[in-house]
Design a protein around this ligand. Structure first.
Ligand SMILES: *[C@@H]1O[C@H](CO)[C@@H](O)[C@H](O)[C@H]1NC(C)=O
Ligand SMILES: *[C@@H]1O[C@H](CO)[C@@H](O)[C@H](O)[C@H]1NC(C)=O
Ligand SMILES: *[C@@H]1O[C@H](CO)[C@@H](O)[C@H](O)[C@H]1NC(C)=O
Length: 257
């Protein structure tokens, strides 16, 4: 059966073929980061870890990039989102949580400079002293290309001293505590994320996805970041100053506490 030509043309007029986005090229010709690392500790926030990682997983897959990921912790034991029960820890998930398997330990990195991008998540576990994690960040910072914190992960950076004199942001509900961990940090309450030199700090939990996409935009190109966001069907927040959660959680009022 032949569909009359006129009908075909008419249907094209009313239902134009949608233009499917084409994959943009990566045009940056400098040495791109290859060694990514995620620091984990008991009581990390799942999305702080897996939000940015899924952006990077997708980037590596879509662009077939030679990217390597290390998951770094104190030991090679699987690390749970459930915080350890200690005298200072009163946040509880009950037994609801999940584990990630580290690939290397802090000790393995003692004399190495093989991390280009170090990501530090937050979560209830940041309320612990985290001495080993803080020492690791302090030792690694001079060797990395970028360091990125998500949520209360900024307190690990602040306690290591690397945020002194810098602009930074963090979780808005926990603002009073967060800002107390870095008295010499210029904490910016109304920010989805903050970039100061090679240190990127993001606001609470899901904001890490926007910060990861902003980092991808900075290194690989804005159009590449947009493409990855479309790939994961995510609406990017591109304005780092658009942050309704500072007002929702009263972070600006808590600043001076
Ligand atoms: C290219 O990537 C490097 C990191 O390898 C980054 O420092 C630089 O800003 C990027 N350049 C452009 C034009 O995006
Ligand atoms: C945890 O302890 C702190 C300090 O003692 C207290 O302010 C907070 O309300 C407690 N949180 C929970 C969930 O019990
Ligand atoms: C830090 O934030 C202030 C605004 O609060 C801005 O004027 C300044 O340029 C920022 N510094 C850097 C290095 O981004």
């Amino acid at each position: 059966m032949h569909i009359p030509k006129a009908i075909t043309l008419l249907s094209l007029l009313f239902f134009p073929v949608l233009s499917i986005p084409t994959q943009p090229q990566i045009t940056n010709t400098t040495r791109l980061p290859t060694n990514y690392a995620m620091l984990v500790f008991p009581g990390y926030q799942a999305l702080d870890v897996f939000g940015p990682l899924d952006v990077l997983n997708s980037l590596a897959m879509v662009y077939q990039l030679p990217m390597h990921l290390q998951v770094i912790s104190g030991t090679l034991e699987p690390v749970s989102t459930i915080p350890k029960t200690t005298p200072t820890m009163n946040m509880s998930h009950g037994d609801f949580g999940e584990k990630i398997v580290p690939t290397t330990t802090f000790a393995d990195h003692a004399d190495e400079g093989n991390i280009d991008v170090l990501i530090v998540p937050g979560g209830g576990g940041t309320r612990e002293p985290l001495e080993e994690e803080i020492a690791f960040v302090k030792a690694m910072y001079p060797k990395v290309q970028y360091i990125v914190s998500v949520c209360t992960g900024a307190t690990i950076l602040a306690r290591s001293g690397i945020l002194d004199g810098r602009n930074a942001t963090s979780n808005k509900k926990a603002w009073a505590w967060v800002s107390s961990t870095g008295p010499n940090v210029h904490w910016i309450p109304t920010a989805r994320w903050v970039r100061d030199g090679n240190i990127w700090t993001s606001s609470g939990v899901a904001a890490g996805i926007d910060a990861a996409l902003a980092l991808v935009a900075d290194i690989y190109g804005e159009d590449v970041a947009d493409y990855i966001a479309m790939f994961i069907e995510y609406r990017r927040q591109k304005d780092e100053t658009d942050d309704p959660f500072a007002a929702i959680w009263g972070a600006e009022q808590k600043k001076m506490e």
